[in-house]
Design a protein around this ligand. Sequence first.
Ligand code: 4NP
Length: 170
Amino acid sequence: MTDRSMSDSPTHKLLFVCLGNICRSPMAEGVFRAVVQREGLIDRFELDSAGMGSWHVGQAPDTRAQAAAAGRGLDISGQAARQVALGDFDYFDMLLAMDESNFEELTQLAPAAQQHKVRQFLDFAPHAGTRDVPDPFFGEAEGFDHALDLIEQASEGLLTSLLRNQPVSR
Ligand code: 4NP
């Protein structure tokens, strides 16, 4: 018998971050949301995504990201891009950078006391062979599928890590 309600566990607040917030981080938010929904744990998570830049604020995810996600049964069309804000470092428990450049910028922006919250997403996918989700924006549709493959691996690893650090009652 499995009880994965995590009813006595606090909420995990996670922010997925890339450069434009229209390709990788919206896909990461969508994939991770589906993973925790599958596990019956969605009530214990607060999920969002944001970009380092402001170019696409207010826009829905890139149509190629929407199509790639739809190919895996995920609807990410309702998301709207926003830029990372200073308050995010206080509010969220973890800020998950899609690549090293995002990680460096986030770390520089973070108040000293909250720098430990900035993580590189693919560190939760140690067998992926890379620490960066490649930016698919200027490439072909295949890049979005490759990004999703990496994001799926990291999403499973991230949930496993969070559950290990905060076991659920069974
Ligand atoms: P993302 O991709 O960081 O995965 O959302 C990009 C989207 C837009 C731009 C760069 C990367 N841009 O330069 O507009």
